[in-house]
Design a protein around this ligand. Structure first.
Ligand SMILES: Cc1cc2nc3c(=O)[nH]c(=O)nc-3n(C[C@H](O)[C@H](O)[C@H](O)COP(=O)(O)OP(=O)(O)OC[C@H]3O[C@@H](n4cnc5c(N)ncnc54)[C@H](O)[C@@H]3O)c2cc1C
Length: 472
């Protein structure tokens, strides 16, 4: 029987700086590429199904051009292998690890299966700068505070990294791969909601590289200031590309390090990459974080169950413009600016006192860049129950946050057209617009927008009381 090698693509849809692809394509033997679609996983990630559908088409084309057979399976990886070995004998499977506890568990099951069936495998690291288990405190325990973690992690990476841009020259006569049926029947999103993402995103490795170049040339020097201004397009917007592995985090880090003028913008950006590493460090050392509070005293917190308010938050109908603009940006584009993620998350957890788990679930379903580590760590940071988290008494005031980070109201006006005629003084508190100005602008709060679903000062007091009980 024919013996073949296989590369299993997971969330590493790139050919450059992809360790598993680099090794297999330099092995001078025939190989095929596969992808196994985990339906259960993507049932909870509706928006990401769209990106996945697009990126699979994109990489299919790239592999076809290189003469590499690519087969998409609508089943888990073990079943995919079982189907392949019906008429081919597999010699070795190559893949890149995904550093999430649930994926590591799946890998262990796969490795057992491969060992039992005499199939060799080679695993590579390509998802993070560092293995999450390598960086530890002097006493051998994991870090729980960002600054010392990143100081150690970054130093270690720079010391040990012999960066070479791993570009494989592999090329055969182009072929035509056709996975259309599997893609359309199993992976293509059913709802129309996603169609509009086409307006905002161009998936794929080459597009990620263009964004990175643009970011380094035009944005990184002002990143320290602009990263907090949601209307300014001051961040890289590379997060979905990183999540789907269309660009390697190593490429991102190392290309930034090549910049000769390393100002505060450079430092802030490198630190954000550090937060991504830190989130993965945490979730791997404390896997229970995936579904519960890292700080156990939060287990006794009495969260409010209010499906009506939760729905209003999801739909961007809280009556607080900066919160609603964020939630509407998310629904429209599958992405939300980091500053606004913090404000909207804080509003859910502190103003409404709804369990962060609900917000995490909604973001998981709606974000194109969702990854377990960043999302869970982000939510627990805001709620105060995570590592190095915001203290419980830090309650973002959505009006002041809006006035500080969206002073002209440009972000709000972009996402809430109903408010576009309001003067900037009232854009973050339209309920204060005096009657004569309401008449002048033809604006009626209840008719044209929404009365706030909670009063800020009251909600703040209730939250402070409720969260302060956790101290005792
Ligand atoms: C409640 C909440 C949920 C979040 N959920 C996710 C998520 O599911 N997936 C996700 O990638 N990020 C998440 N973040 C982090 C952050 O908001 C996004 O990474 C960032 O907005 C992506 O935009 P960008 O690529 O333009 O970021 P840039 O500012 O250009 O940063 C570059 C990269 O650094 C990483 N990064 C930036 N900020 C953070 C951060 N605070 N924590 C960890 N990594 C960071 C990302 O990989 C990002 O692409 C969440 C933050 C919060 C507060």
């Amino acid at each position: 029987m024919q013996k073949i090698k296989i590369i299993w693509f997971r969330q590493d849809f790139r050919l450059e700086n992809n360790p598993a692809y680099y090794e297999i394509s330099n092995s001078e033997e025939k190989f095929i590429a596969i992808y196994a679609f985990d339906q259960k996983k993507f049932n909870e990630r509706s928006a990401q199904r769209w990106w996945l559908y697009k990126t699979l088409q994109y990489i299919e084309k790239k592999l076809s051009n290189k003469g590499i057979i690519f087969k998409i399976f609508a089943c888990d990886i073990i079943e995919a292998i079982q189907r392949i070995i019906k008429d081919k004998s597999i010699e070795t499977i190559y893949w890149n690890e995904l550093n999430e506890p649930s994926e590591i568990k799946k890998d262990l099951i796969l490795e057992n299966y491969l060992n039992e069936n005499g199939i060799k495998y080679k695993k590579f690291k390509g998802n993070l700068l560092q293995d999450p288990f390598i960086v530890k405190k002097k006493d051998g325990t994991p870090f729980q505070v960002f600054t010392p973690y990143w100081k150690n992690a970054e130093e270690q990476y720079l010391r040990n990294n012999n960066y070479i841009n791993k570009v494989s020259n592999f090329k055969n006569t182009p072929i035509k791969n056709t996975n259309k049926e599997t893609l359309d029947n199993f992976i293509k999103p059913r709802k129309n909601w996603y169609v509009k993402f086409e307006k905002y995103w161009n998936v794929g490795e080459e597009n990620a590289k263009i964004l990175l170049k643009d970011f380094i040339n035009k944005k990184i020097s002002n990143y320290a200031t602009n990263r907090d201004i949601p209307s300014s397009e001051g961040t890289s917007k590379l997060s979905p590309y990183l999540t789907f592995g269309e660009i390697s985090v190593q490429t991102l880090f190392d290309e930034c390090y090549k910049i000769s003028k390393k100002n505060i913008g450079f430092r802030k950006f490198i630190n954000e990459i550090g937060w991504r590493e830190f989130s993965h460090h945490l979730i791997n050392h404390f896997p229970k974080m995936e579904s519960g509070n890292l700080r156990k005293q939060f287990d006794k917190f009495k969260w409010v169950k209010d499906s009506d308010k939760l729905t209003k938050w999801k739909k961007g109908q809280t009556g607080y413009p900066i919160v609603d603009a964020g939630m509407r940006e998310l629904r429209e584009t599958g992405w939300m600016h980091n500053r606004v993620r913090m404000i909207t998350a804080s509003f859910l957890v502190k103003h409404l006192r709804i369990n962060w788990i609900e917000g995490e679930k909604y973001f998981r379903d709606s974000l194109l860049d969702f990854n377990t580590a960043n999302n869970v760590a982000g939510w627990q940071w805001v709620a105060g129950c995570g590592a190095d988290a915001a203290p419980y008494f830090r309650i973002f005031n959505p009006i002041l946050q809006g006035e500080k980070f969206d002073p002209e109201g440009m972000y709000v006006k972009q996402w809430i057209k109903e408010l576009s005629m309001l003067p900037k003084k009232f854009i973050h508190k339209p309920w204060e617009l005096p009657v004569e100005l309401c008449n002048q602008y033809g604006f009626d709060l209840a008719r044209d927008y929404i009365k706030p679903i909670v009063k800020h000062e009251e909600a703040r007091k209730l939250a402070l009381n409720a969260f302060s009980e956790l101290k005792t």
